[in-house]
Design a protein around this ligand. Structure first.
Ligand code: ARG
Ligand code: ZN
Length: 848
């Protein structure tokens, strides 16, 4: 039965403090808890106390020291109102849990001999009996008993001795922010002095041997701390900030108060082992988790429906940080690429849901692109609507008014209304209605007046047949025919279904640049000539729309290649070549312009245009497109590859990364001309993982690289994170008819450890990212994915459920493929003891 937002009730009891003792043991850890509670004045009358608890062996419990005969059920323990004192009281309990047997990686579990926790969203109930909901906040005191050398929890360490340590976190927090780590770890340490002069010890804890790989993460952390002070006035609030890298982790990372726990993939990096993309992701995720200290921890969510309150805002903040550290234009383009690939796709299928969902069965299924990435877009729109000053005022008020609270989207919007005087009741629809609005734009020009006529279409999504017009900020600029900007960026506010906007006093019909900076998460539909797109690609002053013009052009060309078997015309090739070779442009931008539209993206676009996408034809057309581009650029490629070689040692910063990206794009094209000679040379000469993996990908793309793969394996066979890449590359670049068989072969490899989420994703996740391979007409891709999901689900339901979203695009394809996918969803749904997680996902996708 689903949990509903409308059923929210404040907690019956509040917690004043918590004290926990952990006697760690792999098979039998004892957890002693002392929870000081009192009735919640917001819920007058006497109430039962419900404590959440799952898979706990209860040893004993007492209220105010008097033992109680408590009988837990499957999900917790109820203490009847009649048995509870009127005022404050203390609940104590002792439970036993088995971290070594915890394969779900939720609660307290073990990863290669180290104890660690993941409590968001509802993992704390697998540790002890507790009101496990985010609106119950309390200070925690934690004692850890273990022979392991490093014992960590939230807050500051207050005492330790041989075999034990005690931690105290003074900041009231919900249980989902609790964390504990114990292991044989070493620290890479540094310090930071906050703006008010507090000295903070910074530690990144890793396995012995990995300490040399923490430099970039530490540098990112220090820059994040400084940036949050400079830009948001937010200061860190404890004496120590610990980060721990864990090899077995379901997600990216977790913002536990004072003790962030990370998937080691997003901490450990050396030039030889990590690519430029890895470095950029580490920087972004370190920042993201650090920024949660204010947006998430000091101010948390009242309930899980409000998840976007912390996640949307924190993603927005980490995006701002990355664009300040790197190129803002490139960052925006990359973020929009991700948004379209993941969130638009989600919005377009059976899993569509509002940024603030109104019901769920399993909350872990709602850590989605919609909550995170679209949630961040909503913040960006708000900022554009109220302006930078209005945004700064609103955020100051938010931190002042809600510090220490568990807040809601209503609270968030009220802060903007109170700080700026703007009515946001219509804007709020963005939080409650799912789906991607479509903007249909036409224009006319008469007597010096240029008019844009805009219509918004909000199509139905599952469970939401009727939609309302949204408030849509549309950033627009106008260029005159010789390429000069005559009207700089202005924000039009669309509030109705149809509206016209006028620009007067123009000497000639201008070329409009619409939705600059991608000012709203919408699909722009406007009939434009290829000449106009090429004009904007050459002249637009807005870097996002400059790129967008080239992108749209490429997608139109590719769509025709798929549907009519056409060849790309010289105009497109020339326009793209001009950008690719324009030395005045940022190499990273040129690399992005050269990146061809992805196959899944094309399938989505063709489907939206009323076609039934054929994955084989899309794949073949994209190959032909790359070949044509390679032919057009052929004479320039060797010079480009030479000129972009970075002399000297590797540096991870954006400028050098951009040059490497362009160089590898050129290398990919050259590989289609020279049969791989140059790529093989780059592979052998590489002194960094970006070029090593980049050159290898070029070779695999043209059906070569077997020798290099073997070399790579012998070089990196002992390095887990690097070997993940070795697995992924082979699946990602497998020919469509061979992808499923490749999965069979690689899952039989002795290093395929399917219980490790990174390795599982490296192989099975890569299959769903190989569009033509996954959707091969034989159905083998669907079958092998379903096989592995059914196998993983009993051990790790969270990761299985997440990976099942490969089936969310079913409705796009032909009847045969739809039936094949439906068969696999039925097989999943028929699996014995199917988890709530996977049952919810497969059920929603099966219903369509
Ligand atoms: N709050 C974490 C982050 O955004 C994500 C943790 C989600 N974990 C989960 N099991 N649902 O950084
Ligand atoms: Zn987050």
């Amino acid at each position: 039965t689903p949990i509903r937002l409308v059923d929210y009730l404040p907690p019956s009891h509040l917690v004043d403090s918590v004290a926990l003792t952990f006697r760690l043991h792999p098979q039998a850890t004892r957890v002693l808890s002392q929870v000081c509670l009192r009735p919640n004045p917001a819920r007058p009358g006497r109430h039962d106390l419900r404590l959440d608890g799952e898979a706990l062996r209860l040893i004993g419990a007492a209220v105010d020291g008097v033992p109680i005969a408590a009988m837990p059920d499957e999900t917790g323990l109820t203490l009847p109102a009649s048995s509870l004192p009127d005022g404050p009281f203390t609940f104590t309990a002792e439970v036993e849990i088995a971290p070594e047997a915890n394969t779900a990686l939720e609660g307290l579990y073990m990863s290669r001999g180290m104890y660690c926790t993941q409590c968001e969203a509802e993992g704390f109930r697998k540790i002890t009996f507790y009101p496990d909901r985010p609106d119950v906040m309390a200070p925690f005191r934690v004692r850890i008993e273990s022979d392991l050398p490093v014992l960590l929890s939230n807050g500051n360490e207050v005492a330790n001795g041989p075999g034990w340590a005690e931690w105290h976190d003074p900041w009231p927090k919900p249980a989902y922010l609790f964390a504990l780590v114990a292991g044989d770890l070493v620290a890479h340490s540094a310090g930071f002095t906050t703006m008010s002069g507090r000295d903070v010890a910074l530690n990144i804890w890793v396995r012995p041997g990995d300490e040399a790989r923490c430099g970039y993460a530490m540098d990112s952390l220090i820059r994040s701390m400084k940036w949050d002070e400079d830009v948001y006035g937010r200061e860190y609030d404890l004496d120590v900030f610990n980060i721990v890298a864990v090899d077995d982790f379901n997600m990216g990372a977790m913002e536990n108060k004072g003790l962030n726990i990370f998937n080691s993939k997003y901490v450990l990096a050396l030039p030889e082992t990590a690519t430029d993309d890895d470095f950029a992701r580490i920087e972004a995720i370190i920042a993201h988790e650090y920024f949660h200290n204010w947006t998430g921890n000091r101010i948390t969510c009242r309930d899980w429906f409000q998840l976007c309150l912390k996640e949307g805002l924190t993603v927005f903040r980490d995006q701002q940080f990355s664009s300040d550290m790197r190129s803002a234009a490139v960052k925006r383009i990359e973020d929009v690429l991700t948004l379209r690939a993941r969130q638009f796709r989600e919005d377009d299928g059976p899993l569509a849901h509002p940024v603030r969902p109104e019901e769920y069965i399993e909350i872990n299924n709602f850590y989605t692109a919609t909550v995170y990435e679209k949630g961040a877009e909503l913040i960006g729109m708000l900022k554009r609507l109220v302006g930078d000053k209005g945004y700064a005022k609103a955020l100051d008020l938010y931190f002042r008014r809600h510090d220490g609270q568990a807040a809601t989207i209503e609270d968030w919007l009220a802060v903007f209304e109170d700080a700026t005087g703007r009515d946001l009741s219509r804007f709020k629809l963005w939080y409650s209605e799912a789906g991607t609005p479509r903007l249909k734009v036409t224009d006319d020009f008469r007597d010096g007046r240029f008019s844009l006529h805009v219509e918004q279409v909000n199509l139905p999504t599952p469970g939401q047949p009727d939609k309302h017009p949204k408030v849509i900020p549309i950033a627009v600029g106008l260029l005159n025919p010789n390429g000069d900007e005559v009207v700089p960026t202005t924000v039009l506010e669309l509030t109705e279904t149809r509206q016209s906007f006028h620009f007067d006093g123009l000497a000639a019909r201008p070329v409009p640049s619409i939705l600059r900076g991608f000012s709203a998460p919408v699909v722009l539909e406007r009939a434009t000539t290829p000449e106009e797109r090429a004009f904007l690609l050459a002249h637009d002053t807005d870097p996002f729309n400059k790129w967008e013009a080239g992108r749209a052009l490429a997608k139109e060309v590719l769509a025709r290649m798929v549907t009519d078997g056409a060849q790309p015309g010289p105009d497109w090739l020339d326009a793209l070549a001009r950008v690719a070779l324009d030395e005045a442009l940022d190499p990273a931008f040129r690399a992005l312009a050269l990146r061809l539209p992805g196959e899944d993206d094309m399938a989505q676009t063709l489907h939206a245009a009323g076609h039934v996408p054929d994955p084989d034809r899309i794949h073949a057309a994209r190959q032909r497109m790359a070949a044509a581009l390679a032919e057009r650029l052929d004479p320039a490629l060797p010079g480009l590859i030479d000129a972009l070689a970075e002399p000297g040692p590797f540096t991870p910063e954006a400028r050098a990364a951009g040059r490497r990206a362009l160089r590898l794009a050129a290398l990919g094209l050259m590989t289609r001309r020279d049969g791989g000679a140059r790529a093989a040379a780059v592979f052998r000469a590489a002194n960094n993982m970006t070029e090593e993996v980049g050159a290898l990908s070029c070779l695999l793309d043209v059906g070569r690289g077997q020798e290099e793969l073997a070399l790579f394996e012998s070089r990196w066979g002992r390095d887990r994170l690097v070997m993940d890449k070795w697995f992924t590359l082979q699946i990602l670049h497998a020919a469509p008819a061979e992808a499923a068989a490749k999965v069979d072969r690689l899952t039989a490899h002795p290093d395929f450890d399917w219980k490790n989420p990174n390795r599982f994703r490296a192989v099975i996740g890569a299959l769903s990212a190989n569009h033509a391979g996954f959707h091969h007409a034989s159905g083998a891709g669907y079958r092998v994915l379903a096989d592995w999901l059914i196998r993983l689900d009993p051990l790790n339901p969270q990761t299985a459920a997440r990976m099942s979203t490969a089936f969310e695009t079913r409705a796009r394809y032909d009847a045969d493929r739809q039936a094949l996918m439906a068969d696999q969803l039925d097989r999943i749904l028929a699996a014995p003891a199917l988890s709530r997680d996977l049952a919810e996902m497969a059920g929603r996708m099966r219903r369509g």
